[in-house]
Design a protein around this ligand. Structure first.
Ligand code: CDP
Length: 793
């Protein structure tokens, strides 16, 4: 007999529910790209440049071609013959698939070997002779526009410098005016260093071109399968319906798997050339060296205020290092992403930013690593500036924030740079974080000298993110508008299949999207299968990044479920022999108003919809529906974070003792998944604040191409997170949800840095750039460098 405890629980809507996908993941039954094995499959490996900048004099592949297991050696010249040597980037630039003229960053793709196995392919790389003529490299973005700087992109016609773009937002004149009459102005240079998403699974692809049907199937690590299919069609000239992109289980994307990497294209070319399926999977060093980085923003911030602490305006200048090709994935209109949300959570009179993008001899990128298109940089900037202002005014940073946070009655609120924040109660979130932290008590404790000589620091950050791109009239990538589709089929027995265009990389979409259907239709989430990540099986949409899944595809899911509900209503009316207007939706079923005993569930109606029930003229059978959701606005999640650190002034070592995170992402579909997202993001933020930087030497050699040098945070660096929540629904989202996937990564670095700087107050330290490694903290305390290596962040 099955006891109640053994019976599987059924989830009829929102709430805690174990992830459906965990059943396969915890048993090691996930299918990642590297698990795909096809009959006759060959393996590819990439020869990469050892130089950051060098002219290619010659490439001799004869010895590699002669290797008994090698099937093909492809160079830039081979690709040039196919018109495939260059591919478009997501930012309207071009990137070399394989270098033809020059290499422009260390690790750039130079040749591709296809062999019978992965080992032979790698062995054969060593048989390729490349003669390079080294050129001076541009490594420091601040030198990229010097008149004598070597021109990196001489492939672009007429290009005589390393300038990519200038972009601005806000009202410059008005901002200057406010600054001119302000009582207090604080300025600071700061760098958000180059960091890397470093997902557990590196990038890869298995390409299978069927010469008979002309169909190309690519299993690949992508967060945006539909966008990839369109780009492949445009680049390779293949008909789009003959391309199938399958994004199977993905071991983390974090924005790094949005773009198309040369390796993907090479796997496709390898398959076309050899007539066999070709697998290419990069190793960890390749991933760190050549796939997209994030941040690398040199920022000059200024904040204007009254002496009694009313913030008036913010002014920012940014120098953005985009690497050798402009491969950043931002909506077309916004080359600096959503950086102009830098006015943060405060009520300002004016703001202005100017961003200049430059080429350097580093890998391309600037991706939205757990970030909605440069929101992370924006939040870091404003939250550091507010703390600097508090120090200047001698005010408590919590008090300064409380004084300036937007008030609930100001929503919807239009910022001086043009965003329309949907909803929020910011003071409530900050007060809750302070209560959980015991803020006043902590400050009193901090004021007492400690016997152990350690310094206590308390740091706050408050963030507002804009997540859920579109609307499509404002936001597109390569002309593809940012809207998402959803299709919902209800089988005769009431089980459902939801097809969505976003692609989970570990966020639990198979669970939460089923919960949305359950919430809307009363079908248990266990009975809803979520299909994603296969362009042949799902509707078009722009993919998962910038926490857009819930705001866009989640909304599409609710809307398509509502369409099904409306179809079911007609069936219910016919079955119950009443007019549709006499029905009401209650407790997951259509019932006769005033006669709740007469009603039908969706499962019952699904069966009737497939039966011989007489339906009104013009009404089709079945309940299935499709929809495309074009969001009217972004959603604006927010949060208040408090970090408590201990700093050892003798060693510079920082220990995060406590971290309090109050997040508001509107209605929570699955609080357990939300908390998991926040835990992960907080760990990420601690890593960025304290440990991570992709550094280069003066010749452009990469100094962080392994996890020995590029440090990932572990449980040892993380405290036991203390979470709180407020719920301010988004007024325009059908279920009131806002995104949350990246909030904690966006909000947390500033809290950690603010805490460390707070601890260093006795030493008069104003600012230290991330990462706050022991060496950097020690140097700040002692006013001299601890190390004199050549690293340039
Ligand atoms: O686009 P991405 O999935 O990375 O971010 P998201 O839309 O913020 O969602 C991350 C995960 O949290 C998904 O499984 C969401 O459905 C879930 N979530 C939730 O349960 N409630 C919210 N209010 C927001 C997200």
């Amino acid at each position: 007999m099955t006891t109640v405890a053994e019976r599987p629980a059924q989830h009829l809507g929102f709430g805690r529910m174990h992830r459906k996908e965990d059943a396969r993941f915890i048993r090691g039954k996930g299918t990642y790209v590297d698990d795909v094995r096809l009959p006759g499959m060959l393996h590819g490996a990439i020869l990469r440049s050892p130089y950051a900048h060098a002219r290619i004099v010659s490439i001799d592949t004869s010895a590699a071609q002669a290797h008994p297991k090698v099937k093909a050696v492809i160079t830039g010249e081979t690709l040039a013959g196919l018109n495939l040597a260059w591919m478009p980037t997501l930012s309207h630039d071009v990137q070399a698939v394989l270098a033809t003229d020059k290499v422009r960053f260390q690790g750039q793709e130079v040749a591709f070997v296809v062999a019978e196995d992965r080992y032979a392919a790698r062995d054969a790389l060593e048989l390729i002779e490349v003669e390079y003529e080294p050129l001076p490299a541009v490594v420091d973005a601040r030198r990229a526009l010097d008149p004598d700087a070597p021109v990196i992109r001489d492939d672009l016609e007429g290009k005589t410098d390393n300038h990519i773009f200038d972009w601005e937002a806000g009202d410059r004149a008005r901002t200057d005016e406010v600054f001119a009459s302000a009582e207090v102005v604080v300025a600071q240079d700061m760098l958000y260093p180059r960091v890397h998403p470093a997902p557990l699974e590196t990038c890869g692809a298995v390409a299978d071109f069927d010469k008979v049907t002309g169909k190309l199937t690519v299993w690949t690590t992508t967060q945006a399968p539909h966008a990839h299919r369109t780009v492949y069609a445009l680049v390779a000239g293949l008909p789009e319906h003959k391309i199938r992109i399958i994004s199977p289980d993905i071991g983390g994307g974090f924005g790094g798997k949005v773009g198309i990497y040369p390796g993907y294209v090479l796997a496709v070319v390898g398959s076309i050339v050899t007539g066999k399926p070709v697998k290419w999977v990069e190793d960890r060093s390749e991933n760190l060296m050549s796939t997209a980085f994030a941040r690398d923003y040199h920022m000059h911030g200024e904040i204007a205020a009254t002496r009694d602490g009313k913030i008036l305006a913010v002014r920012v200048k940014v120098l953005a290092d985009h690497g050798a090709f402009n491969g950043t994935a931002q909506p077309s209109k916004y080359p600096a992403g959503f950086f102009h949300i830098f006015t943060g959570s405060y009520d300002l009179q004016a703001a202005h930013c100017q961003v200049t993008g430059v080429y350097t001899n580093k890998a391309p990128g600037g991706v939205a690593y757990a970030c909605s298109f440069r929101v992370t940089e924006a939040v870091y900037l404003i939250e550091r500036m507010v703390d600097l202002l508090a120090a200047e005014l001698g005010m408590d940073p919590a008090e300064l924030r409380m004084r300036n946070l937007l008030r609930p009655e100001q929503f919807p609120y239009t910022t001086p740079t043009g965003w329309e924040y949907d909803s929020g109660d910011y003071p409530r979130a900050l007060r809750l974080a302070m209560d959980i932290a015991g803020y006043e008590r902590l400050r009193a404790e901090q004021a007492r000298p400690r016997d152990d000589g350690l310094l206590t620091g308390i740091g706050i950050s408050f963030f507002t993110e804009g997540v859920g791109a579109g609307p499509r009239r404002h936001m597109d990538i390569l002309g593809l508008g940012m809207a998402d589709g959803a299709e919902l089929r209800v089988h005769p027995t009431g089980k459902a299949v939801l097809r969505i265009s976003v692609q989970t990389q570990g966020q639990g979409h198979e669970t939460t999207f089923a919960q949305i259907v359950a919430h809307e239709l009363g079908i248990p989430a266990e009975d809803v299968e979520v299909v994603h990540g296969d362009t042949d099986q799902t509707p078009f949409g722009l993919g998962t990044y910038g926490s857009r899944s819930t705001p866009v595809s989640g909304a599409a899911t609710a809307m398509v479920a509502r369409k099904v509900r409306e179809r079911a209503k007609i069936v219910a009316a016919a079955a119950l022999e009443v007019a549709p207007d006499d029905l009401e939706w209650e407790h997951g079923r259509w019932q006769v108003a005033g006669d709740p005993d007469r009603g039908k569930t969706i499962a019952e109606l699904a069966l009737l919809a497939h039966s011989n029930l007489e339906l009104p003229e013009g009404v089709e059978g079945h309940l299935d529906a499709t929809c495309v959701y074009n969001p009217p606005n972004l959603t604006y999640p927010f949060g208040a974070y408090i970090c408590v650190v201990e700093v050892d002034p003798g060693t510079g070592v920082v220990k995060v003792r406590r971290f309090i995170a109050v997040d508001d992402c509107g209605v929570r579909i699955n609080p357990m998944i939300v908390e998991g997202q926040i835990h992960g993001g907080l760990a990420d933020g601690v890593g960025m604040a304290l440990m991570q930087v992709m550094a280069f030497d003066q010749d452009g050699n990469h100094l962080g191409a392994s996890f020995m040098d590029y440090l990932l945070p572990t449980a040892l660096e993380c405290p036991s997170w203390e979470l709180g929540e407020t719920v301010t629904p988004s007024p325009h989202h059908p279920i009131g949800a806002k995104g949350v996937g990246e909030s904690a990564t966006v909000g947390s670095p500033a809290a950690v840095v603010n805490a460390v700087i707070d601890a260093l107050r006795p030493y008069g330290v104003r600012h230290v750039d991330m990462p706050l490694t022991p060496a950097n903290v020690w140097s700040a305390i002692h006013g001299r460098p601890l190390r004199t290596d050549l690293a340039i962040p």
